[in-house]
Design a protein around this ligand. Sequence first.
Ligand code: NI
Length: 136
Amino acid sequence: MPEKLTRVSLTIPEDILNELDKILEEQDYASRSEAIRDALRDFLSEYHWREELQGQQEGTIVLVYNHEIRGLTDRLLDIQHETRDIIKSIQHLHVSEEECLETIIVNGSGEKIRELVDKLKSLKGVKQVKLATVGR
Ligand code: NI
């Protein structure tokens, strides 16, 4: 049975769209829609993987953000203090004038790590949040 498709409209920053179009050309994608469907499937599968994290986990969160977004660094600091029980260390790299990269080493329950990642992902100005874990 064919998938039922629904049309939606989105607003996307121009630089992301330009980059997407460039990749589409290189990779022979049939359409933007097809690429965005693939990206959404990845997003959902990563979300479900995180949802299922259980037990004691050790891992790294890699975070990329724009420190010029108003209030973001204060919010990040607050979150990191609130979750200091699972944060073992943080490394900060100033990537460019406005971009920062942090690696956060975590050790704690899957649930707490998931809550932290979900919180970071939802912040405006945060461009990337990647989690890798080793369960025990
Ligand atoms: Ni920085």
